[in-house]
Design a protein around this ligand. Sequence first.
Ligand code: COA
Length: 258
Amino acid sequence: MVEFERIKLEFVDNIAVLTLNRPEKLNALDSKTRTELLQAVEEVENRARVLIITGSGKAFAAGADIGELSKRNPLDCIESAKLGTRLFTKIEEMDIPSIAAINGYALGGGCELAMACDIRVASKKAKFGQPEINIGIIPGAGGTQRLPRLVGVGMAKKLVLTGEIISAEEAYRIGLVDELVDEDKLMDRAMEIARRICEKSPIAVAFAKRALNSSNSMNLHDGLEYELSLFSILFSTEDAKEGMNAFLEKRKPEFRGR
Ligand code: COA
């Protein structure tokens, strides 16, 4: 397996746990971290059924590395944004689901990384925000696009325009976080959700994720057509037959991903 400097990648059964591991800089996402993240995510897609992303220390990730940002010209920005977009789009579009287990600060790119994941579980100690405006810029890795889709345009404008940092409770209230847990229960709960997903047919999981993602880009009519085509294709899988037979025979299904 590839050795990383800024992140840790572990496998528990078929669950990959990716930990941002630069705690002395609050896991700020410099280009090395983002390059390693992309490498890790590409490796994980073929080896695991679910990806969990978390952070070490008191942050999930405190955003892009401001030291690096301060030296950038516009062309560097475009190159760097390409990497960020590739990474976040990969997480969002890969067939296996991802869970952000948000342990602490999720600011700027950290909040954007969490939003690229499929499910967000947060510790009650976590904090969220898009504070880029405080340093004279705006979010550059999806903050103005994914945030309004999760919390509505008004709330997204409030957060992006004020740069305000909000509590985990507030993030949960506005729908930025799907579940809130005590700090010491965070990884257990993320693993529990991951295990629950691993029990399902991986093809059905992948298709469900694709159909749900399409709700962001398709109108209702096209989305319903797309859902129907994925739904009907699943009837050709052994897993669908197994799932229905298991129900009728009152036993647990054994899905094989076929
Ligand atoms: N980029 C680079 N370094 C960062 C960073 C970032 N986004 N966020 C934190 N760090 C570094 C600090 O510079 C400090 O390094 P040092 O010890 O070498 O000086 C270290 O991480 C610890 O951070 P510190 O600010 O001392 O911790 P704190 O608990 O007092 O404050 C925050 C925590 C999150 C409120 C504060 O670090 C912060 O505002 N960070 C920037 C958040 C941000 O604007 N993100 C969006 C960037 S576009």
